[in-house]
Design a binder for this molecule. Structure first.
Ligand code: SF4
Ligand code: SF4
Length: 223
């Protein structure tokens, strides 16, 4: 999932400036799973904003809605009835994709309430960790299912570097060395010989350098 976290409250307060009425849009997708942008978080943020502005003597009116997903035109249509003339701006609790989908669809000022962090997963309640750098050409079959781009602090494709000590990374002693993890896993599966092959330079053109990428599935496309 995409993992995001709320911007500091006072930053959000500043970003809505002097708006009198705002539409706060949550997302029921990834950001609801990582407890930062779902229906509950929308309600909590809306009431905190209203209380803060009331204390300032500058009351704020909020309209709240949570879409099943903000990254899908089908659900974006549900917003039409909420984006009315008197809405000064839209505050999105979606990830950066959701914010942009709203901005592309509606002629209103859109503000992100979250910082979108990474593609990752839950490792314990309240803890999420990055796992994939979205490189566009997965090589996990060569590294035992452990991503060297993300799990190695230097994203080395032919590791480890000379700094790995006692299974920990030289960049941060609290981090497992990604290449130690890869070595241990390859050893367990009797595939250490694969690590003797030098991995050639990666084709980063399949990654995010060079403009937004696109996936087109002819089998499901409706033209
Ligand atoms: S190799 Fe690329 S696609 Fe595969 S997990 Fe790592 S960053 Fe993600
Ligand atoms: S110590 Fe391990 S994880 Fe850290 S940079 Fe070197 S190879 Fe990568």
């Amino acid at each position: 999932m995409i993992v995001a976290e709320n911007k500091p409250f006072h930053d959000i307060l500043g970003l809505i400036e002097d708006a009198k009425k705002i539409l706060i849009v949550g997302c029921g997708g990834c950001v609801a799973v990582c407890l930062s942008g779902g229906e509950k978080e929308v309600g909590v943020l809306a009431s905190a904003l209203r209380m803060s502005r009331k204390k300032e003597g500058n009351p704020l009116e909020t309209v709240e809605v949570t879409l099943p997903r903000q990254c899908d035109p089908e659900y974006m249509d549900m917003l039409k009835g909420y984006v009315k003339e008197d809405i000064d701006c839209i505050l999105s609790l979606g990830c950066g994709v959701g914010v942009q989908f709203i901005a592309e669809r509606f002629s209103k000022w859109v503000i992100p309430a979250q910082n979108t962090k990474f593609a990752g997963g839950t490792i314990a309640h309240g803890i999420w960790e990055e796992r994939c750098g979205l490189c566009g050409e997965c090589i996990l079959y060569k590294t035992g299912g452990i991503c060297p781009i993300i799990r190695c602090s230097k994203s080395l494709l032919n590791g480890p570097c000379g700094g790995s000590q006692n299974g920990k990374c030289e960049v941060d002693k609290n981090l497992d060395c990604g290449w130690q993890l890869i070595y241990d896993r390859m050893k367990k599966f009797g595939k250490l010989d694969l690590l003797l092959k030098i991995e050639p330079p990666k084709d980063w053109s399949k990654s995010r350098d060079g403009g937004p990428r696109k996936v087109v599935r002819e089998d499901v496309k409706i033209s």
